[in-house]
Design a protein around this ligand. Sequence first.
Ligand SMILES: [Zn+2]
Length: 165
Amino acid sequence: MMSRAPEDVASLGWNPRHIGEIDHRQLKAPSIKLRAAIPCPGGDTIYCVDLRVCRPNTDSLLELGAAHSLEHFLLEGFQQRLPGGFVSVGLMGCQTGFYLVLLNEGRRQIIEDCVERILHGILAAEHVPYANLAQCGNWVNHDPSAAKRVARKLLAERAVWREVT
Ligand SMILES: [Zn+2]
């Protein structure tokens, strides 16, 4: 897989040493890191970003109800705040965080600010977006209270999001 040059990645605010896979024993959380910057033939770039909420292989994993609700909030928030620049969000199967995929938006500050605003929105939210029969595959499996607890914790640790290892 091709990837953007390290100097390109650094100019977007990322530490080039954190690109790609990292030994999960070294990963800190909460943290946000660039996994890959993939140039496309037409000149576009796809950015794959890891939003790590919990340290891997500890007893503090995301509960599924909270993770599901957070996924919905991230989906709604990125679609609203970065229209045209957001592709998708997915829960990491290990329940330690989320995969974010963006198109032509790889600036760390923009992505971090977007996450921060979404988290503040979660604290104020009265319902989980798309949590209904028509838009969700398991709409009763949501835990907004637990999602708020996670959001509050992430915001309290905002200062260390850049400490990936
Ligand atoms: Zn759902």
